[in-house]
Design a binder for this molecule. Structure first.
Ligand SMILES: Cc1ncc(COP(=O)(O)O)c(C=O)c1O
Length: 441
């Protein structure tokens, strides 16, 4: 492999396709190296700054290649990926089964408009209905992301409520996405304020507070939307009692109960869906993130006849949603999760994290729900721990100044989890020392 292609991290292009071809000649097959070029991390980051909108701030690293739970940056440094693209890479990177199914689908039929359907779309809808134990009459709509799945949920609520029921209840701390409907249901002021006015009718109520819910629920409420475990807010679970009360109160008042399982669904918590683990069936549930194993796809499942007929022909749609490649990626991911009993691994490795983290000095509350793991630090050094972890070759995330979140591939091994636990005390010490020296200077 030449230094150039190594730096890019991709395999060299085939001899018949090396790099740019003069116009009009046979292109043959190639890989990304033929269309991307190469560079060091510093070179790529300079180009990023000149060409990409700054909404994500400055990227932490330029990643070029992955295999399982490992990824490599443009300078060849290796990392254990304990964030998995924020709960997306359910089977890690470049899973051979998923990769081969996606490649074969793309080389057979990549896209059709929604004037048509494809076997993968139908088979995935059936599979999701089976896994979610949806009753007769339940249906699926495919989108491309979590926020889009929640836009469909928002429209479902409006279609159900009409003008008589204009209210949508959401919870403090909620994150449902960045498009306008989903943003209206997201709680964080900093995300909302620059884009006001929000779509009307959304009210945020206290988190995990059954009395507050009882008080807010009346005949003007079209829907209650909630994450069974809030991920972006730092892995905060709703109690089983709250989820059950949410089911009873929304049913009692004729409102829809909508679970946003974009982050918690598809095996992330050790069950297929976090809400069903609490014994609660919602009227609708949104999915995305892990569903495509890294390929973009979102979905909303409506449970039973009534919610499944709220949106009629022409009332909602998408160009890309449910396309053959995305649905093949999701089917392949679900096939691996199911046939390899990956959910058993999720539960076992979750225990490794829970037990190990409880023994680390400087770690407070530990919230391990399958492989969605949050833990609090005694000092507000979470960003420093993330930085120290990167230097040490671990990718983790800080959803708040005191909180670390892990959402690794669901097939992470116990040994890989242990390697992070062994490194963590030094990462915290480094972050605390840096904080103190900043305070002293
Ligand atoms: C619970 C939840 N809902 C919705 C979203 C939005 O998903 P996306 O970023 O795919 O639009 C996220 C993303 O973090 C999420 O965690």
């Amino acid at each position: 492999m030449s230094e150039e292609t190594q730096a890019n991290g991709a395999e060299p292009a085939g001899t018949e396709t090396a790099g740019a071809e003069p116009a009009g000649t046979e292109l043959g097959t190639a890989n990304a190296a033929a269309v991307v070029g190469s560079g060091t991390s510093a070179q790529w980051l300079a180009r990023y700054g000149n060409s990409l909108m700054g909404v994500f701030g400055s990227p932490q690293r330029v990643l070029v290649r992955g295999a399982g739970s490992l990824v490599w940056d443009a300078d060849g440094k290796e990392y254990l990926d304990l964030l998995g693209g924020i709960a997306v890479n359910a089977l890690g990177h470049a899973h051979p089964f998923v990769t081969s199914v996606v490649a074969s689908q793309l080389s057979t039929l990549g896209h059709v408009s929604n004037f048509f359907t494809s076997p993968t779309q139908i088979a995935l809808a059936e599979k999701l209905l089976e896994l979610s134990q949806a009753p007769e009459g339940s249906k699926v709509f495919f989108a491309n992301s979590g926020t889009e799945a929640n836009e469909a949920a928002f429209k479902l609520a409006r279609a159900h409520g009409g003008s008589a029921r204009p209210t949508i209840l959401a919870l403090e701390g909620a994150f449902h996405g960045r498009t306008m409907g989903a943003l209206a249901m997201t709680a964080k002021q900093a995300y909302r304020e620059p884009f006001e006015p929000m779509p009307a009718g959304v009210r945020h109520i206290a988190f995990n507070d059954i009395d507050a819910l009882r008080e807010a629920m009346d005949e003007t409420v079209a829907a209650l939307i909630l994450e069974p475990i809030q991920g972006e807010a730092g892995v905060r679970p709703l109690s089983r009692e709250y989820l059950q009360a949410a089911r009873e109160l929304s049913r009692g008042h004729g409102a829809l109960l909508i679970f946003d399982e974009v982050q918690t669904g598809v095996g992330r918590t050790g069950s297929w869906f976090a809400g069903s683990a609490a014994g609660v069936t919602p009227d609708a549930m949104t999915l995305a993130k892990g569903l495509g194993g890294g390929f973009p796809i979102g979905a909303i499942i409506t449970f039973g006849d009534a919610p499944s007929h709220l949106l009629s022909a022409g009332q909602h749609g998408t160009t890309f949603g449910g396309n053959p490649v995305a649905t093949a990626a999701a089917l392949a991911t679900l096939h691996v999760l199911e046939s390899q009993d990956v959910l058993a691994n999720v539960r076992a490795v979750s225990d490794v994290f829970a037990e190990g983290l409880a023994k680390v000095d400087g770690v407070g509350d530990v919230r391990a729900f399958g492989l969605l793991v949050g833990f609090d630090l005694a000092e507000p050094v979470a960003a420093g721990v993330v930085g120290a972890a990167l230097e040490a070759g671990f990718i983790i995330n800080a959803p708040g100044p005191h909180t670390i979140r892990l959402a690794p591939p669901l097939n992470l091994s116990a040994e890989q989890a242990q390697s992070f636990l062994a490194a963590l005390p030094a990462l915290i010490a480094t972050a605390v020392a840096a904080q103190h020296s900043k305070g002293n200077s």
